[in-house]
Design a protein around this ligand. Structure first.
Ligand code: SF4
Length: 55
């Protein structure tokens, strides 16, 4: 199950730099491509606002 980014995202970009497969794209809030996501949880651990959860 891919991880998802919730409305708590403040678009800081921390997660995008941590993702090993570059599944996270920029935007007003960031987005995870479910087809690329490995569900490793690295982004969720890195997120300063706890905005990333298991989908
Ligand atoms: Fe990338 Fe892992 Fe986060 Fe999926 S769970 S978006 S693979 S860092």
């Amino acid at each position: 199950m891919a991880y998802v980014i919730t409305e708590d995202c403040v678009a800081c970009g921390t997660c995008a730099g941590e993702c090993p497969v570059e599944a996270i794209s920029e935007g007003d809030i960031y987005k995870i491509d479910p087809d690329k996501c490995l569900s490793c949880g690295t982004c969720a651990d890195a997120c300063p606002t706890g905005a990333i959860i298991e989908g």
